[in-house]
Design a binder for this molecule. Structure first.
Ligand SMILES: [Zn+2]
Length: 92
C-alpha cells in the first residue's frame, strides 16, 4: 500500500481542508514561518494568515504582508507537529 500524499496547491503549498474565515472563499494552505519556527496558514484568495492557537484552533485573520513574514511552504512533518496535520488535504 502506498502512503497517502498531501495535495499541493498550484504554488507548491500543501493544501488543508480548512476554509478561510475572512473571505469564506479560500482554502487554507500550510506555511512555515522561519523567524519563529511556527506552522501557520494562509488563504490563497485574500492572503490572510492564521496562526495555530493552543488547543489546535486558528487565530483570527492576520495580515502576513505587513510586516512581511519570513516564510516558506511547510513540510508534511512540520504540519504533523503543528497539531493540525490531520487537516492536510490528501491526493485523490
Ligand atoms: Zn480568504
Amino acid at each position: 500500500m502506498t502512503p497517502e500524499l498531501p495535495l499541493l496547491r498550484d504554488d507548491g503549498v500543501i493544501a488543508s481542508r480548512l476554509g478561510c474565515t475572512v473571505c469564506t472563499d479560500g482554502q487554507l494552505g500550510f506555511l512555515f514561518r522561519a523567524d519563529t519556527a511556527e506552522v501557520f496558514f494562509d488563504c490563497v484568495e485574500c492572503m490572510s494568515g492564521f496562526m495555530v492557537v493552543p488547543g489546535g484552533g486558528l487565530s483570527a485573520g492576520l495580515c502576513i504582508n505587513d510586516p512581511v513574514w519570513d516564510f516558506r511552504p511547510a513540510t508534511p512533518g512540520e504540519n504533523q507537529s503543528s497539531g493540525l496535520g490531520a487537516s492536510m488535504e490528501l491526493r485523490p
